[in-house]
Design a binder for this molecule. Structure first.
Ligand SMILES: C[S@@+](CC[C@H](N)C(=O)[O-])C[C@H]1O[C@@H](n2cnc3c(N)ncnc32)[C@H](O)[C@@H]1O
Length: 261
């Protein structure tokens, strides 16, 4: 059972209450240059994507250290996810797919979940190891998850499939469905659209957190993402979208909380 007090107890004191977060935030470095939408299709499979995240790891880690507790909608969904997992299972491994430097992994671990983090970027995993000493973390691809069928209580994939084109998302979502037990929980976040960027387009990112990058973000409406998740074998419990926060890339975030059928 998730205890509400754990949510407050594991938050850095300087980041509570929520309202103090935006008031005290220092400006961040330039984050993005937006280019015309185009599709090159390098996507999730590309080793180049992992190299970009290797280069971003230090800046991303520092950014998330400050920001992981600044997103009320995301935190609410993480808490809902943790509650669904613990109330159904009591125990069981939960995957953090594309865990990056592990700040979300840490929040979920502090809420009582038994976490395993996987990321294609070895620099991100090195950061996660420093942030979560002793945790189960591995360099690996989401296209072949290191778990037997129906062995996990749940998984989160937060921002991890941003760079995946449709075929890669299909493969990854099938893998997620394979490893999660029937009745297990999946929390999935993605980018939906921007002020002048429609859903189902590709957003090209040239500079992020002061680092030169070369990344595609495949935007997806909540409805389209839900269709893909349902096709993979889940039922959608909750679906929502939020506006970007001032320090984030200028793209709306979509969320699906789903249960394995
Ligand atoms: C935007 S970051 C999100 C990190 C973390 N989930 C968070 O919410 O802060 C995306 C992460 O997904 C990882 N990633 C991208 N493609 C991947 C793949 N094919 N297999 C494993 N990890 C991948 C990247 O290395 C990166 O660390």
């Amino acid at each position: 059972m998730v205890d509400m007090s754990r949510l407050a107890a594991c938050a850095p004191p300087s980041l509570l209450p929520w309202s103090s977060v935006s008031a005290s935030r220092a400006p961040l470095p330039e984050q993005t240059v937006r280019m015309p939408a185009f599709a090159r299709g390098s996507g999730l499979l590309s080793g180049a994507t992992a190299s970009v995240y290797d280069a971003l790891a230090a800046a991303y880690d520092e950014d998330e250290r400050r920001m992981a507790w600044s997103r009320p909608v995301d935190l609410g969904l993480l808490f809902s996810f943790a509650k669904m997992v613990t109330e159904r299972q009591g125990s069981g491994v939960v995957g953090d797919l594309g865990c990056g430097p592990g700040h979300t992994t840490k929040i979920l671990a502090e809420l009582g979940l038994r976490m395993t983090g996987i990321d294609a970027s070895s620099a991100m995993i090195a950061r996660a190891r420093a942030n979560l000493p002793g945790a189960t973390l591995a360099v690996g691809t989401l296209l072949h998850l290191p778990a037997v069928d129906a062995s996990w209580a749940g998984a989160v994939a937060l921002g991890a499939l941003w760079h995946a084109a449709a075929a890669e998302r299909r493969t990854t979502l099938a893998e997620v469905a394979r490893v999660i037990q029937p009745g297990g929980t999946f929390l999935y976040s993605f980018v939906t659209s921007g002020p002048r960027q429609p859903a189902d387009s590709v957003y090209f990112l040239e500079r992020w957190l002061g680092v030169e990058v070369n990344l595609e973000l495949h935007l997806l409406s909540v409805k389209a993402a839900a269709t893909e998740v349902v096709s993979a074998g889940f039922e959608v419990i909750a679906a929502t979208q939020r506006e970007p926060l001032p320090h984030e890339l200028p793209l709306r975030r979509g969320f699906l909380l789903a249960r394995r059928r």
